[in-house]
Design a protein around this ligand. Sequence first.
Ligand code: CA
Length: 369
Amino acid sequence: MSRRRFLARATGIVGVTAAPMAASAQQISLPTVKWRLTSSFPKSLDAIYGIAESIGKRVAASTGGKFQIQVFAAGELVPALQALDAVQNNTVECAHTAPYFYFGKDPTFAFGCAVPFGMNARHQNAWMYYGGGMALMRDFYQKYNIVHFPAGNTGAQMGGWFRKEVRTIADLKGLKIRIGGFAGRVLAKLGAVPMQIAASDIYPALEKGTIDAAEWVGPYDDEKLGFYKVAKNYYYPGWWEGGPELDLFVNQGAWNALPKEYQSILEAACAEANVLMLAKYDAMNPAAMRRLVVNHRVQLRPFTREILEACWNAANEVCAEEAAKNPEFKKIYESWKPFRDDQILWSRVAEQNFDRFMTSAGAKPAANR
Ligand code: CA
């Protein structure tokens, strides 16, 4: 008698040994769940959009295909900047989005993503997972009927594409710029005209001259969106986004209805996404930056000290003004700010000195060897 036939006779199930049978029985007891996820990003941006598909694949693979999350790009079901409303109203069960897109509803959303001169990706993770950020944001998001999970980060962003050079504060006056979230309010204080425009609509606005400047993410995405064709000055750093967090927003009722096992799997898939998106951007950005500079003759330009200091002062004023009138903002700001300052204190001892050495004597970029 073959081993297979012997096992079949012994277990009563053809081709299934004892251990898989236990797993199979468990899966049978769990329900089939089908969710829809709306992304705030277009399919062409494989890092920021693609991570939502990775979450769906991980969840399906971990549940024997019983928990399916179908991913829709921005605009397929819901416009990019209305993802929160769609989850809140249970039009879809979940969304992958940047919380600061909803800054207009309440600036407190920015803490769940990026605040000007805020945290880098590591600091943001430290605050969210171990610094009280998760509980504070969960509490805030309750009234929007959502549960959030950190699910991606771009790392420090570029300052964006400017048709003309900007050197002084005077150069910012009247500047029409596409910029995300909180930073718009800071730049408005300095006389600029900020606009929040979804990814796919930025290029035509910049090409037509409806706007004078636009920021999106960094070299890997920005190259695909083609901004270098219509604006050659590529500024850095994106001081408003040292490490913006992307989130999976889940409808509270849909979350509560999930079996505990699926909740755990989804939470783990988001934590995995939080690592993988940053890794992908970090892996892809150097070559994209080289192509932009060498092939497309883009001018990399640092923001001047004058501009950075004016923006720093304006950002602190905006935060203080908001804290004075918005109790929820104030509550989170008072946890977030000392945590950020402590992170910088620690970073400047080891991390910054390591980085400084590596970018000077220690290691030369490949192009300079
Ligand atoms: Ca951005």
